[in-house]
Design a protein around this ligand. Structure first.
Ligand code: ADP
Ligand code: MG
Length: 260
């Protein structure tokens, strides 16, 4: 691994109602790496991301991003290094126009108007949403909302991009478009997801969480082929690895000539 950009050590978290979400989670992510965090509902994926985004502070253990320890005093500095795409774009988009939503972060950084304009137009262009800049965010389709939410994060130029179930509720074409877009990103990506086929396409490394603990951490190709491990984590193998004749392309292969 390249020098770790994110270092999570023995992170523990219990919510106010006493529900323990993380029982001591440790992992590191190098600069430019792409890590998938998978696990059944309630495994602790979102709680992990919320710490990395500085929305939750460690109750025990520690989180470091770009050598900065996550604590109350460092919060505003740390939040400049990370951008979080929330599971529901409606939690992220709240301004009357798309342009203003994408500009919100840069404006809050106190950047000059020219700079803000340039960042917004660049971020919208990256996600292919320049034509939406004057639209009302709540009137967009699911895929359009997701693209604009990504632009609003990109406009802050974060070193680490956190994404919570980015393909959930997208139609197949929008999902494919999003995966292709993310493949072009050079930032460090940490993606919590149930979309294991996307993981195969996008993330060389996978961390499997189960009931707030790390069950496995390794190469996605190895982890996603391990049916027993996935079953223990209440997950299913990606369709592409399930020997399905349609997904694997076998159904389209011509039969060998007789006698061979
Ligand atoms: N705001 C909350 N209050 C109390 N418990 C919560 C809260 N958010 C999550 N939890 C609990 O913490 C555990 C981990 O949840 P979460 O991190 O959301 O898992 P995942 O994202 O993998 O589905 C679950 O048991 C869940 O019920
Ligand atoms: Mg979640």
């Amino acid at each position: 691994m390249t020098r770790p950009l994110v270092v999570v050590s023995d992170l523990r978290h219990a919510y106010a109602d006493g529900q323990t979400a993380l029982h001591g989670v440790s992992f590191q992510v190098g600069s430019g790496d792409r890590l998938a965090i998978v696990g059944a509902n309630g495994a602790g994926k979102s709680t992990t991301l919320l710490h990395l985004a500085g929305c939750l502070l460690p109750q025990a253990g520690s989180v470091r991003v770009a050598d900065l320890l996550l604590c109350r005093e460092n919060l505003s500095q740390l939040r400049r290094s990370v951008g979080m795409l929330f599971q529901n774009p409606d939690d992220q988009l709240f301004m009357p126009r798309v342009f203003d939503d994408v500009a919100f972060g840069p404006v809050n950084l106190g950047l000059p108007a020219d700079d803000v304009q340039q960042r917004v137009m660049h971020a919208l262009a990256v996600v292919g949403a320049t034509h939406l800049s004057h639209r009302q965010p709540h009137r967009l389709s699911g895929g359009e909302k997701r693209a604009v939410a990504i632009a609003s994060v990109l406009a802050l130029s974060p070193a680490v991009l956190l994404m919570d179930e980015p393909t959930s509720s997208l139609d197949p074409a929008s999902r494919r478009q999003l995966i292709e877009l993310l493949q072009t990103f050079e930032q460090t990506l940490i993606i919590a997801t149930h979309d294991l086929d996307m993981v195969l396409d996008l993330c060389p490394r996978t961390l499997v969480l189960g009931e707030g603990r790390i069950i496995a951490d390794g190469a996605s190709a190895v982890i996603l082929s391990d049916a027993a491990l996935l079953a223990a984590a209440r997950l299913e193998q990606p369709l592409r690895l399930q020997a399905c004749p349609v997904c694997s392309g076998a159904a389209r292969r011509p039969s060998p000539p007789p006698g061979r």
